[in-house]
Design a protein around this ligand. Structure first.
Ligand code: UD1
Ligand code: BG6
Length: 334
């Protein structure tokens, strides 16, 4: 039931403090991660030459958000595959690969065809899905249910954030035998515990976001620049604007801004720049300066307290969001 909400997508957005909690329930104990579905397979995954993430749409973007911290915490190279493109190319998948399939429904045709392909090629196939009993859940060798609760909105919302959290727990579990990253793992685990309350905080921006959105109604296009952990946030933000607001939007690498997209910048085109605190922060500050020198119309997302650091001239619209562990920041920013 929709309750007091206008539609399911809105309800599911506001459910996230709860869905993030149910995703983590019973899986974080005494500073360790317990994923029943992966327990027997962790050794094989650690020995694999590569992790290949495979999905479509929002689920692909969630995997992209996870890529950096999976590489960081496991030391295993990660490659990304859009399911249909893997099939079109008949791209290489090997016995030594761990192929991770991400799908809210567990029934997306391209993802399932890519699963058949990876099974034929002998890879260890891991599922990450919201749907117990789905084809993906049944046909993979092992996996993790994200336990976000039924998602009715076609444009995925709460499943996206729960998928990222599950992949963070997966990376922590795979990397749990590494002493050198122990302090980092502890910091991420404490960040996971604080995510639901930070999600509640950021959802309080609802009416401010509605007011901001109404100022964009007449725009023909919206660019979103992100980098590092939040490149995926830029892609997923733009996907939602296309799919739900029916407006042209592109998510782009901020580091590629000067290699083409800069030509589009003028005082009319709205541009969101994601500049929350992480190792890329100073690079984003200089991107903002370059966009402003072209009179760009900027909406800057930054960490709470950073408004003057990202907008010294005071000419931009700023959205301040709670700061969490850098690799979990995409959950809050989206
Ligand atoms: C499981 C139970 C959960 C119970 C918990 C208690 C199920 C579905 N889950 O959760 O109700 O509270 O134990 O210990 O009964 N799998 C795949 N592919 C996928 C997803 C999952 O093969 O895409 C497999 C897993 O490898 C595992 C099983 O399905 O064997 C259940 O996965 P999951 O629900 O994530 O396991 P637990 O969190 O241990
Ligand atoms: C698309 C939906 O059709 O399927 C997207 O519009 C979704 O929102 C995509 O992300 C993939 O779905 P699933 O169930 O495989 O995550």
């Amino acid at each position: 039931k929709k309750g007091n909400y206008d539609h399911f997508m809105q309800k599911e957005i506001h459910e996230q403090p709860h869905s993030l909690t149910t995703t983590m329930r019973g899986r974080l104990k005494d500073g360790a991660v317990l994923l029943g579905g992966l327990k027997e397979h962790l050794k094989t995954i650690r020995r694999s030459r590569r992790v290949v993430f495979i999905g479509c749409g929002t689920s692909y973007n969630a995997a992209l958000a996870a890529r950096t911290f999976v590489e960081e915490l496991t030391g295993i190279p990660v490659t990304m595959e859009v399911a249909s493109d893997l099939l079109d190319r008949q791209g290489p998948i090997y016995r030594e690969d761990t192929a991770v399939f991400v799908s809210q429904s567990g029934e997306t045709a391209d993802t399932l065809l890519a699963l058949d392909y990876a099974l034929e090629n002998g890879a260890l196939c891991v599922g990450i899905t919201n749907t117990v009993g789905s084809t993906l859940s049944r046909r993979t060798h092992c996996g993790i249910h994200i336990n976000a609760g039924c998602e009715i909105g076609v444009a995925s919302t709460k499943a996206y954030t729960s998928q990222i959290v599950v992949m963070a727990m997966m990376a922590l579990a795979i990397g749990s035998d590494q002493i050198s990253t122990q302090a980092r793992r502890e910091a991420i685990i404490s960040g996971l515990f604080s995510l639901p309350s930070n999600a509640s905080q950021v959802l309080k921006l609802d009416s401010e976001m509605k007011e901001l959105a109404s100022s964009l109604i007449d725009s023909e296009s919206l660019l979103v620049f992100g980098r590092g952990y939040n490149y995926a946030t830029a892609l997923e933000g733009a996907l939602k604007v296309k799919e739900v607001a029916l407006m042209h939007s592109e998510g782009m690498f901020a580091g590629e801004m000067k290699h083409g997209p800069l030509a589009l910048v003028d005082e009319n085109l709205p541009i969101i720049v994601i500049a929350t605190r992480d190792a890329c922060f100073s690079k984003q500050q200089s991107v903002i300066q370059q966009l402003l020198s072209r009179k760009g119309r900027l909406i800057i997302m930054c960490s709470k307290g950073d408004a003057s650091a990202v907008n010294p001239g005071g000419s931009c619209r700023v959205i301040e969001v709670p700061k969490v562990a850098d690799c979990l920041q995409p959950v809050i920013n989206i």
